[in-house]
Design a protein around this ligand. Sequence first.
Ligand code: SAM
Ligand code: SF4
Length: 324
Amino acid sequence: MIIDQYNRVHDYLRISLTERCNLRCSYCMPEEGIKLRPRSDFMSLEEVVTMAQTFVSLGVQKIRLTGGEPLVRKDAKEILQELSKLPIELAITTNGILLNEYIDTFRSCGVRSINVSLDSLQEEKFNSITRRDYFKRVTANIQSLLNGKFHVKVNAVVIKGVNDDEVCDFVSWTRDRNVHVRFIEFMPFQGNKWDWSKGVSFKDMMTKIETRFGNNVIKLDDGKNDTAKNFAIANHLGTFAIISSVTNPFCDTCNRIRLTADGKMKNCLFSSSETDLLTAMRAGEDIEPLILKSVWGKKALRGGIETMEDFTKQKNRTMVAIGG
Ligand code: SAM
Ligand code: SF4
C-alpha cells in the first residue's frame, strides 16, 4: 500500500501523457504557450507502461490518463491497449476534440469513464476561452459518447465575468442528458494570471443554482474519495457537482498521485516539490522506495498551502505541464 503520515491510502494515479495540447485554454495554458522540449525528455510508451506497472504493484487501482491533451499523443491507442491489460479501472480526461477517433479503442480497452472539458455552451465564448474553434466538434463528440452509453463527466472551470452566467444553463443542460457536469473553482498555476477576484466560490455557485431551481435541488451522496459535492435537480436525467479546491479543499480523503509526462511524481496537485522517477528508472534504480518516500512526505493540506496568500506564493508548474 502507498500510504502517507496521515494514514491516507493512495490508490489512484493520474498519468500525464504529454504537455502538448490542441487548445489554449486561458486558465491552463499561458498565452505564449509553453516551451517545447525534446521527445527524450518525456516518457516513451514502454516507460509509461513500466511506471504504471510499478504503481499497480504497490496498490494503485485506478489510472486516469490526462495531459496536456492525452489524445494528441500519436501512440495514445497503444498506451490505452497496454494499460488495459493491468488490473485497474482505466479512465481519461480529454478536451474532446479527437474523441471520435478513439471511441472503438475506449470500448475495446474497457474505458467507461470519460471526463471532457467544456467551459461554455455558447460557441463564441467557448472559442474565446480556448483560443481555438472546436465547439461543434467537442459538443458533437460529447453527444456521441452519451449515445454510446459512456459515463461522461463534463468539466467546466468557472470564472467571474467569463462563464459564471452559464452555471444555471449547464444545470438545465442536465435535464435531458445523462451527463454529470462538474463546476471547478478556478485554481492558480504558473502563467494563468490567477487572482481569486476572478474565482467563483462553491457558495456563490450554489446561491445561483438555488435561486433558480429552489427546492428542486437535491443533495446526492458523495463517494469516499470524491473531490466534488454532488447534486441533482428533481426529474433531471443528469447530475452536477462542484469541486471547491480553493474555498473548501478535500485533502483529508485524498488518494491521488500524479505523474507528469516527463516522469516526475507529484504527491499533490499543488506541491512545489517533485520526485524524478524517470531519471532514476533510466539509471536502473528501483523506483518503488522513491514513490513510497514521496507519498510519505505529502503535506496534510494542498501541498502546504493554507491561506489565499500562500496560493500566490507557491511555485508550481503550468497546469498544462502537470496534468489536471
Ligand atoms: N486536456 C484535457 C482537458 O482539458 O480535459 C486534460 C488536461 S486538463 C489540464 C485537465 C483538467 O484541468 C480540465 O478539466 C481543466 O478544465 C482543468 N483545469 C485546467 N486549468 C485549471 C485551473 N486553473 N483551475 C481549475 N481547473 C483547471
Ligand atoms: Fe489543453 Fe486541457 Fe489545458 Fe485546455 S485545459 S489548454 S484542453 S490541457
